[in-house]
Design a protein around this ligand. Structure first.
Ligand SMILES: Cc1cc2nc3c(=O)[nH]c(=O)nc-3n(C[C@H](O)[C@H](O)[C@H](O)COP(=O)(O)OP(=O)(O)OC[C@H]3O[C@@H](n4cnc5c(N)ncnc54)[C@H](O)[C@@H]3O)c2cc1C
Length: 311
């Protein structure tokens, strides 16, 4: 038997023993496994499955073992994905941690940053959000104005972000800040990470017409970020920012680690008997989850997210 066939048999045996039965059934939105400090698991097997996969390194199968990954090569990972699909296994973990900031740290992070952040991402311990867009910096992202001013071993951050998906559930943010206001706009931007559970950060969910709040406004009022959490070079954050967006786009249309299981296959074109997208009985639009609106499920929102400052 070839090495890869032996590997496939090992994977099958391991999945038989470690993928709980409920994790082989269709996944409702409120059981999606996002992780994070405040994660609640509606079904206990969701957590068992996450822990089993994280222990094996298979929440991030191709990451190095020393950072919590499985150390698999491309061919082995393909076999693993095939075997997961064969048993209709749900994803053990999803989110911007494994799909966006993790890969960016693997490429640009210092050894200290990798050792600190990657294992927590792989185990689903920290929920991440993305602080790029601002009210006057959307398509023209390089116009962003959120400022970061040096203060000893920290930066003091002031400004605001918008469309921050899942910020009301998140623990940490990867954020673009302006560190040199005199430089041409694509220069003078720095990519930095910080914990948003601090007094200088306020998160306000944006209520959509559907009744959902997948996005937030995020305000920084003398928020603090340690200099050691600058990713890449100071004033060269644009390079990291662009690369991270490539991971987002590569990632199966931005599903943040959710594989195409039978439960989230592409939507079929409506047939003659299709239901209307507006449900006339309730007058609400039916919601089709978009890639970056996913984080709002399976996680309890913070209680103080009505625009007041966090404590
Ligand atoms: C599902 C989803 C999730 C998101 N999650 C996040 C997130 O987590 N974090 C984050 O930072 N951002 C997030 N965003 C924001 C997103 O990535 C874009 O930055 C943002 O939607 C674009 O900015 P805007 O809405 O201000 O649009 P604008 O920049 O105001 O653009 C509005 C319209 O004008 C057009 N336009 C703009 N400039 C020009 C021009 N010069 N010439 C011609 N047409 C122009 C645009 O194409 C667009 O149609 C999310 C967006 C979506 C849809």
């Amino acid at each position: 038997m070839s090495n890869i066939e032996t590997f496939r048999q090992d994977v099958r045996r391991w999945l038989d023993a470690n993928c709980p039965p409920h994790m082989r059934t269709p996944m409702p939105q409120d059981e999606m496994p996002g992780g994070g400090r405040r994660a609640q698991y509606k079904h206990p097997e969701t957590k068992v499955w996450l822990d089993n996969m994280a222990e094996k390194g298979w929440t991030v199968p191709t990451w190095p073992v020393k950072y919590g990954g499985g150390g698999l090569d491309k061919e082995q990972n393909q076999v693993l994905q095939e075997e997961l699909r064969r048993i209709n296994a749900r994803p053990a973990l999803f989110g911007m941690g494994i799909s966006m900031i993790g890969p960016a740290l693997l490429e640009f992070g210092t050894e200290e940053q990798k050792a600190e952040h990657l294992p927590k991402i792989a185990r689903g311990q920290i929920w991440w959000c993305q602080g790029y867009s601002e009210p006057n910096a959307g398509s023209d992202l390089a116009s962003l104005k959120t400022s970061a001013v040096e203060n000893g071993d920290e930066y003091i951050i002031n400004g605001s972000k918008i469309w921050t998906s899942g910020a009301d559930h998140a623990d940490w943010i990867f954020c673009l800040v302006r560190t040199d206001p005199r430089a041409p706009k694509h220069d003078g931007i720095t990519f930095i990470l910080f914990d948003i559970d601090q007094p200088g950060v306020t998160v306000k969910p944006i209520l959509l017409i559907s009744g959902m709040s997948p996005f937030c406004e995020t305000f920084f009022d003398n928020a603090r970020a340690l200099k050691k959490n600058v990713v890449g070079e100071v004033n060269k954050g644009w390079t990291v920012a662009k690369r991270l967006l490539q991971y987002d786009h590569i990632n199966a249309g931005g599903t943040h680690g959710l594989s195409l299981t039978p439960y989230d296959r592409p939507i079929e074109a409506p047939g003659a008997n299709a239901k209307p997208i507006i449900d006339p009985s309730v007058g609400r639009m039916s919601t089709v989850s978009t890639t970056r609106s996913l984080p709002s499920v399976g996680q309890p929102a913070r209680q103080n997210m009505t625009g007041t400052r966090r404590s």
